[in-house]
Design a protein around this ligand. Structure first.
Ligand code: NAD
Length: 272
């Protein structure tokens, strides 16, 4: 159902790899709500070609960019403004990767070259994107910039490894840049802390299956799906949330404020 919440708005959506990706669902819903946008992903991710299907479905163009490369980002913003015909109203940063997680390196034995790569891709890239937008004055007033994060930034989830530290860094960048973007340009910057979600990045975390089931039982409303997350993103890109900024917004069915649920207690009680 469309309420045209994003009619006339222009944006850039990073991170749609395949149909499971959170960014994929955001693109579909943004299109439904009347937005125009360009899709982007790392050149290496284009090889799978699935993003072209999303592009034709949403009437958008694809511009490859490695989010850790300033030249790629400059080129992306130049082309996006040309294609869309003006400044931007929203940006979604839906990017994450840890080489240590990928290669199964234990947190106590991190490889620091891999750590640097992971934090550049997962956290510093958000600063890079905002710096390019800032210097080019590419955002319209009351625009909205969003990144996706996970509660391991606040509490320890051992298998999340160095991604926990990357997410803490990402959330801090949202607050710090959010201050400047708010003051100077009336642009809001937030992070959404999403439930575990079965995507390529999510499923790469060790023990993901057990963990997503645990989160489901711990959350009074159940886990938020990728579609739910996309709807929340749309609300934050819309004019209905104009003065929400510098926040880390939990979108997790209540997981973050639940000490323990009845189901979990029962699964441990001796008479169960
Ligand atoms: N899946 C979950 O359980 C979960 C939970 C909370 C937060 N998140 C976050 O949601 C975001 C999206 O992940 P997802 O779950 O949709 O998985 P996904 O694997 O579909 O998306 C991750 C994206 O990051 C892109 N990427 C990697 N390196 C890049 C680079 N150098 N430049 C540009 N793009 C690059 C990938 O190509 C991919 O499209 C990530 O920030 C992730 O940490 C995911």
């Amino acid at each position: 159902m469309s309420n045209n919440l994003l009619a006339g708005k222009r944006g850039i959506i990073f991170g749609a790899l395949n149909q499971d990706s959170i960014a994929w669902k955001v693109a579909e819903k943004a299109h439904e709500q009347g937005a125009k946008f360009v899709l982007t992903n790392a050149p290496i991710a284009m090889r799978m070609g699935e993003i072209n299907e999303l592009a034709s479905k949403t009437g958008s163009e694809v511009i490859p960019a490695d989010a850790t490369n300033m030249e790629d980002l400059e080129n992306l913003f130049t082309k996006a403004e040309e294609i869309l015909g003006g400044k931007l109203d929203f940006i979604l940063h839906s990017i994450g990767m840890s080489v240590n997680v990928r290669k199964g390196k234990h947190y106590t034995e991190l490889n620091y070259d891999w750590l640097e790569k992971g934090w550049d891709v997962s956290a510093v890239s958000f600063h890079r994107v905002m710096q390019v937008a800032w210097k080019r004055d590419a955002m319209n007033e009351w625009g909205s910039i969003l990144a996706l994060t996970y509660i391991a930034a606040q509490r320890t989830f051992p298998d999340y490894n160095d991604m926990a530290d990357n997410k803490a860094y990402l959330e801090s960048i949202a607050r710090s840049f959010g201050y400047h973007f708010g003051k100077a340009k009336k642009v809001r910057v937030n992070t959404i802390s999403q439930s575990p979600t079965p995507t390529t990045a999510g499923s790469g975390v060790k023990g993901f299956d057990g963990f997503i089931n645990y989160a489901e039982k711990m959350s009074p409303l159940g886990n938020a799906t990728a579609e739910d997350c996309a709807e929340y993103c749309i609300s934050l890109f819309s004019d209905l949330t104009k003065r929400v900024t510098m926040q880390n917004l939990f979108h997790d069915g209540g997981f973050s404020n639940t000490g323990v649920s009845q189901e979990i207690v029962e699964s441990f009680s001796s008479d169960s």
